[in-house]
Design a protein around this ligand. Structure first.
Ligand code: FES
Length: 318
């Protein structure tokens, strides 16, 4: 099980923010302040025993009475977005995690450039407010198919020409390098969130400019990570001493589930952090895209949806 805490929140309000995008305002069921968070943070929303989804917090960090999340309907998804669009209404309760931040904003820089594609605008919104408050020089490039699909564009008008909108239906498919040059991305610290094709293009842009610094928020694993194979069987021992064999080609999550050990997962691709699990003994073979080099070297937590074992045996706090 993840080590984080969960709390019950009440849906105070829902709104249609764009075509296929619904926002939900969440407040503590018992009233009072919600846990503090920082720009870029997300919460896990537990939709059922086996269905957990991450949503970025898009409200203001200092607003402790309520959080706002926004959900893009994904017709080919596993049902999480459809559930939040069609079956959750104001007054309902949801189980959510405490906020976690895999996309933290570092304001200790002279210039920030934010790049958002579609629903990727959600973690960026509180970052803009923080950059504005700090007096940091910043610009946003927000790309979408059309005005109707671009949520929260109305909230951006107050920032004037710091915001550059690119609509495919008006300007055609973006020349991303030209757009990034246009917002001064070369040499800036760039924060990008959106579809994987966009993030790959931003990564290539930054790689070609040695003075650029890039931080990405991914929703899915890179193709390279998805291709990782070389799996050998190994043994996982649970905290209460049960031994469970993890087969070649089988994830730890699947092996534990098959053995009746409950785990929480969401992306199952090593990009969200929901399945982060403490390691009590053994050396993980980290295959996620979240942990830093230092965290990997420490080896005391791992993402059990994708990561494996460097030796024959792991003891996990599950
Ligand atoms: S379920 Fe997302 S990192 Fe494992």
């Amino acid at each position: 099980m993840p080590t984080q805490d969960y709390l019950t929140v009440t849906v105070k309000e829902t709104r249609s923010e764009a075509v296929g995008v619904r926002s939900l305002v969440l407040a503590a069921r018992e009233g009072g302040a919600l846990p503090a968070w920082t720009p870029g943070a997300h919460v896990d929303v537990v939709l059922s025993r086996d269905l957990v989804r991450q949503y970025s917090l898009s409200s203001a960090c200092e607003e402790r009475a309520a959080w706002r999340i926004a959900v893009l309907r994904e017709p080919d998804g596993r049902g999480g977005s459809a559930y939040l669009h069609d079956r959750v209404a104001a007054g309902d309760t949801l189980l959510v995690s405490a906020p976690r931040n895999n996309f933290a904003l570092d304001l200790d820089t002279s210039r920030l450039v934010f790049v958002a594609g579609g629903i990727g605008i959600t973690p960026i919104l509180p970052m803009l407010a923080a950059a504005e408050r700090a007096g940091t020089d910043w610009q946003l490039l927000y790309l979408g198919r059309s005005a109707e699909t671009m949520a929260f564009a109305d909230e951006l008008t107050r920032y004037g020409d710091r915001v550059r909108l690119h609509r495919d239906d008006v300007s055609g498919v973006a020349d991303l390098a030209a757009e990034l040059d246009g917002v001064g991305a070369a040499g800036a610290h760039v924060y990008a969130c959106g579809p994987s094709g966009l993030l790959t293009a931003v990564q290539e842009y930054a790689d070609a400019r040695p003075h650029s610094c890039l931080t990405l928020e991914r929703f899915v694993a890179t193709p390279e990570a998805q291709r990782q194979v070389d799996d050998r069987p190994f043994t996982v021992e649970t905290a209460d001493g049960r031994e469970i064999e993890v087969g070649a080609g089988q994830s730890i999550v699947d092996a534990l589930t098959q053995a009746g050990v409950r785990t929480l997962t969401s992306c199952r691709e090593g990009v969200c952090g929901t399945c982060e699990t403490p390691v009590l003994e053994g050396t993980p073979d980290h295959r996620d895209q979240l942990l830093s080099e230092e965290e990997r070297a420490a080896g005391d937590v791992m993402m059990i949806c994708v990561s494996r074992c460097q030796g024959e045996r792991l003891v996990l706090d599950v």
